[in-house]
Design a protein around this ligand. Structure first.
Ligand SMILES: *[C@@H]1O[C@H](CO)[C@@H](O)[C@H](O)[C@H]1NC(C)=O
Ligand SMILES: *[C@@H]1O[C@H](CO)[C@@H](O)[C@H](O)[C@H]1NC(C)=O
Ligand SMILES: *[C@@H]1O[C@H](CO)[C@@H](O)[C@H](O)[C@H]1NC(C)=O
Ligand SMILES: *[C@@H]1O[C@H](CO)[C@@H](O)[C@H](O)[C@H]1NC(C)=O
Ligand SMILES: *[C@@H]1O[C@H](CO)[C@@H](O)[C@H](O)[C@H]1NC(C)=O
Length: 402
């Protein structure tokens, strides 16, 4: 595997030579990663983006641990759908191929799931939601496949017509909002509400999904996280689940399956309240901090101020901008023109970004969902500066897990 430094220096090479060496960073866990797509039937008659405002399904992409080994054709398969890659190549005025040939080592389509029935516990399940209007879930592969390589099963939810492009498992492709769509607050609220309904429906659908895909799913320990609007929707979903639980009679009342959430750099939309479950907000440098005027997002301190009962943490990362919380933060390393043409990726190197971004997601979910408790986790999540993670900017926190 050639290194990305070579790509960066390879401006004079023809694109296909340069691109042939482009690959996402390898996953860090003990498992290889399988990938399956599934269309979940779900009727919503007040959908903000579907034709006639009626949606009939949403798309789930499952990233799951497998013991199957990737073969050459898995290693060489471009990781983005060609239509998605073309949309972003156009957006950035790139040469065709610069994004569409990037590979993701170790990702195996329809790989054999692990059989847990005779042995150990099922690892927790994670629901993921991408940014509003994109990039779609496939552009978070760096993170999602790494979580799966450590044992988590990730169910990434894409809402058709809201994302710039999604491809259903039967091959049907759906173009949605343009990438540069002018989002308003009311549109964001409507899209978030549709996503909350999708997530609640997916929770009920887990037994069917397991039967159809043979991927065994932990249905009692579910974390929910997302980028940008997906992060706000994660918090809104925890609130909706709490409300639903509140509504059911005390006899039927069980603890919600949603037991933890993360918002990656998303402004919160909708009413803020105590989500009642462990929650992490991980943001770009200065997000929600009043001294940084351009990022003076009042919803972040407001969210922090209403968390009362559960463990919560707010950490920003030095050198990052909004799109670093997606694969774009690594594409900038493979295709340096993206730094300027995107304008929302920071000076932190792609390699380092991926390292720290993955470390935060895992530290938090390991702690909140599996009760793992190590020094590394505390150095990332607890107050104070840390020599190993100089990018960490601790902005607040409270509550405890015990
Ligand atoms: C669909 O919903 C959107 C957002 O709520 C609204 O602006 C639009 O007018 C609706 N379209 C139709 C055909 O009802
Ligand atoms: C689901 O995950 C939790 C946390 O790791 C674990 O306690 C539980 O036993 C798992 N469920 C199953 C069915 O293995
Ligand atoms: C493909 O699947 C989607 C989602 O289930 C469905 O809406 C669409 O009609 C299907 N397309 C074809 C050609 O069957
Ligand atoms: C719970 O009940 C309230 C009041 O009846 C209702 O407005 C709300 O939609 C319900 N929430 C859920 C999640 O069922
Ligand atoms: C792409 O090229 C067009 C036409 O030259 C230009 O208007 C646009 O600003 C460029 N986009 C970026 C992101 O550089």
């Amino acid at each position: 595997m050639r290194t990305l430094q070579l790509c960066a220096a390879a401006g004079a090479l023809a694109w296909h030579q340069a691109a042939a060496s482009s690959t996402l960073p390898p996953t860090t866990g003990p498992y290889h990663v399988g990938l399956q797509k599934h269309a979940v039937p779900f009727l919503n008659e007040a959908d903000p983006v579907w034709p006639s405002n009626i949606s009939t399904s949403f798309l789930v992409t499952i990233y799951y641990p497998t013991k199957q080994k990737p073969e050459a054709h898995d290693q060489e398969r471009p990781y983005l759908d060609p239509a998605t890659a073309a949309l972003y190549e156009d957006l950035y005025n790139l040469t065709a191929g610069e994004l569409s040939t990037i590979t993701s080592p170790g990702l195996i389509l329809d790989a054999d799931p692990i059989d847990y029935s005779s042995s150990s516990l099922l690892p927790p399940t994670l629901f993921f939601g991408p940014g509003g209007g994109g990039p779609p879930s496939e552009c978070y592969t760096t993170l999602l496949s790494d979580l799966a390589s450590h044992g988590y099963t990730v169910l990434a939810m894409d809402h058709a017509y809201e994302q710039p492009f999604v491809r259903y498992p039967n091959g049907t492709g759906v173009y949605g909002l343009p990438i540069l769509y002018p989002w308003t607050e009311s549109m964001a609220l409507a899209a978030q509400s549709a996503r909350v309904q999708d997530a609640m429906a997916l929770l009920d659908y887990l037994p069917t999904l397991e039967a159809d895909t043979k991927v065994q799913l932990n249905q009692t320990h579910v974390g929910i996280f997302g980028g940008s609007l997906g992060g706000s929707a994660a918090a809104a979903t925890l609130l909706a689940a709490q409300q639903q639980q509140h509504n059911t009679s005390s006899l039927d009342k069980q603890q919600s399956s949603f037991r933890a959430g993360i918002n990656m750099d998303g402004t919160f939309f909708g009413p803020l309240a105590d989500v009642g479950q462990p929650f992490l907000v991980l943001g770009q440098e200065g997000h929600g901090v009043p001294s940084k005027e351009s990022l003076n997002d009042a919803t972040w301190p407001a969210f922090a101020s209403v968390q009362k009962t559960a463990y919560w943490r707010w950490v920003n990362l030095k050198g990052t901008l909004h799109h670093d919380f997606s694969d774009i933060g690594y594409w900038k390393e493979l295709v340096p023109a993206i730094v300027e043409r995107d304008g929302r990726v920071g000076p932190i190197s792609g390699e380092r970004l991926v390292e720290i971004w993955r470390a935060y997601m895992r530290a938090f979910f390991d702690l909140a969902l599996m009760g793992r408790n190590t020094e590394d986790q505390h150095s990332l999540l607890d107050e104070g500066v840390d020599a190993e993670w100089p990018e960490k900017m601790w902005e607040g926190g409270g509550g405890s897990l015990t």
